[in-house]
Design a protein around this ligand. Structure first.
Ligand SMILES: [Zn+2]
Length: 43
């Protein structure tokens, strides 16, 4: 998942050749890690 550096739009799927925001056309996107809940076992 990516976040646009300008309009903060979230881009789930990013084309390799078209790396820009589909909303505003801004080229700088920030890679965002999806919040994955870790399964922790507590003894
Ligand atoms: Zn944008």
């Amino acid at each position: 998942m990516y976040i646009c550096g300008k309009c903060k739009a979230t881009i789930k799927k990013l084309d390799e050749k078209y790396t820009r925001c589909p909303e505003c056309g801004y080229r700088i996107l920030f890679k965002q890690r999806p919040p994955i809940a870790k399964e922790v076992s507590t003894d």
